[in-house]
Each structure stands twice: as structure tokens, then as C-alpha cells.
Design a protein around this ligand. Structure first.
Ligand SMILES: Nc1ncnc2c1ncn2[C@@H]1O[C@H](COP(=O)(O)OP(=O)(O)O)[C@@H](O)[C@H]1O
Ligand SMILES: [Mg+2]
Length: 246
């Protein structure tokens, strides 16, 4: 079998589930409810990609560049030198803006054109989009979201980039209203909250639901937030944690 080079996600437990990391040229969607760690894991992935020497583009729909740099420092990830050396382009693109004209407020948006344009012009080896949800919400029909997403994915494929795209799912469901991302992406990582077996707490779990053209584990693993980022545990570590808690 042809050997493939994989890019580490920066989360060792997740790398194990992916037999080393994300395959070259893959577009991976990460789906999860609010607070499940999508932004955190995307920054962790960014940090690992920069340290492996890749050029990176990180597009945020919600947070400013300063906020991202500042929050990342809390986990020991310093992006500033990479921004200075132009290995990293960190940018916020606001999906909609409120403007005032003729005495009333209007929503304006160029996001549907701007996002693909930026990805095309700033050609980087790794692209992170956190999140794609507003892009999909701005589309007026399912066929429009599918076509626009296909266009964006074509650009990423032409550039040969590895992409991680986060998608917000509904709080009580594994899937999003925008199944099209899950369907079109090469890989799908699902984050979920579930009740622990003794019903005493809600725990976070992660699963690699698909990884086209590549092998991956199917098991569901527990993960947690730490001051070094996200940590994905294997069964043995979960048991040790339980013993430790008792
Ligand atoms: N050092 C930490 N210790 C404990 N919890 C943390 C820590 N850092 C982040 N979190 C948790 O991470 C979550 C934020 O994750 P975030 O990546 O913003 O989620 P999402 O992007 O999916 O909405 C918060 O709910 C917070 O509880
Ligand atoms: Mg987020």
C-alpha cells in the first residue's frame, strides 16, 4: 500500500484515532455544539501545523485576530512570530455587517463571495475556517449552499491544502441543519456531550465518523479541556481517571 504522509492534529489521542493525523489534501469537517471545543481544537491544530513548518491561513467568523492571539497564549501557543514571518495569516471575516443608511439599519454581506476569494488568493498549505455555519446560513437554498460549498472545496483541492472546517451542530443532536458539509467533506469528526455511565456528570466524547480514502478508528473516545488544550483519552486513561476521582 502506498505510504501516506499525515499531518498531526496537535491532539495526540485524536492522531491515534486517525493513525497519525490528517491525510494530505483532505478537507475535514468538525461538527459539535457550542462549547464543545471546536475553536480550541482548531487553534491547537493550527499550532501543530505551524510547528511542522506548514504555511497556514486561519479564518474566523467570530473572533478578532487580537482575541485569537491573546486566548491562544493561555494554552502556551504563541502565534505572533508566525504572523510576523508571514507563515501564518490570521484573519477575521465578518459574515454580516450592520450599516446605517437613510435613517435605518441594514444588514450587508459579501461573505459568500469574499470567503472563497480569500482562500483562493491567500494560497496556504493548511486552511482553517472557524466556522462555516454563517456561510451556510447566508445561502438561500440547499442547492445554493451545496454549489457554493463545492466551489470553495474545489479551490482548496486545487491549492492542495489540508483544511479543517468547523460546523455548529444543534445542542441536542449530532448533526447540523447543514448536512451538506458532512456529506461533501472528506473527513468528519463529531464532538458530542453525553451523560456518564453512572449519570453523575456530562462528559465530552469525540468520534471520527468518516475519513474518505483513509483508515481510522471507529471508537468513541472521551476528551477533556486542559490548560494545554484538548486531551483525548483512551479507555485505559478513562478508567485511571475514574479511580483517581474516587
Ligand atoms: N483550560 C480550560 N479548562 C477547562 N475548560 C476549558 C479550558 N479552556 C477551555 N475550556 C472549555 O472550552 C470550551 C470552549 O470551547 P470552544 O472551543 O470555544 O467551543 P466551541 O468553539 O465549540 O463553541 C468552554 O466551554 C470551556 O468550558
Ligand atoms: Mg467556537
Amino acid at each position: 500500500m502506498e505510504s501516506v504522509t499525515r499531518l498531526s492534529t496537535g491532539i495526540s489521542g485524536l492522531d491515534e484515532m486517525l493513525y497519525g493525523g490528517i491525510n494530505h489534501g483532505s478537507i475535514v469537517a468538525m461538527v459539535g455544539p457550542p462549547g464543545s471545543g471546536k475553536t480550541l481544537s482548531s487553534l491547537q491544530f493550527l499550532h501543530a501545523s505551524l510547528h511542522s513548518g506548514r504555511t497556514c491561513l486561519y479564518i474566523s467568523a467570530n473572533s478578532s485576530e487580537n482575541e485569537l492571539v491573546r486566548h491562544s497564549r493561555c494554552y502556551g501557543w504563541d502565534f505572533e512570530p508566525f504572523i510576523k514571518s508571514k507563515q501564518l495569516m490570521l484573519m477575521r471575516i465578518q459574515p454580516v455587517q450592520l450599516t446605517q443608511s437613510e435613517g435605518s439599519m441594514h444588514l450587508v454581506s459579501d461573505y459568500l463571495n469574499k470567503l472563497p476569494r480569500v482562500v483562493k488568493e491567500i494560497k496556504m498549505e493548511v486552511v482553517v475556517i472557524d466556522s462555516i455555519t454563517d456561510f451556510l446560513l447566508l445561502c438561500k437554498s440547499e442547492i445554493e449552499s451545496r454549489s457554493r460549498l463545492l466551489y470553495l472545496f474545489q479551490i482548496l483541492k486545487t491549492n492542495g491544502s489540508i483544511a479543517l472546517i468547523t460546523v455548529e451542530s444543534d445542542v441536542n443532536s449530532d448533526s447540523t441543519r447543514h448536512g451538506v458539509v458532512e456529506y461533501l467533506a472528506d473527513g468528519l469528526i463529531v464532538l458530542r456531550r453525553v451523560q456518564s455511565t453512572d449519570l453523575s456528570e456530562i462528559v465530552h466524547v469525540i468520534q471520527v465518523a468518516k475519513m474518505r480514502w483513509d483508515k481510522h478508528m471507529r471508537e468513541i473516545r472521551q476528551y477533556d479541556f486542559t490548560d494545554k488544550g484538548i486531551v483525548v483519552y483512551n479507555k485505559y486513561e478513562v478508567m485511571l481517571n475514574d479511580i483517581h476521582v474516587r
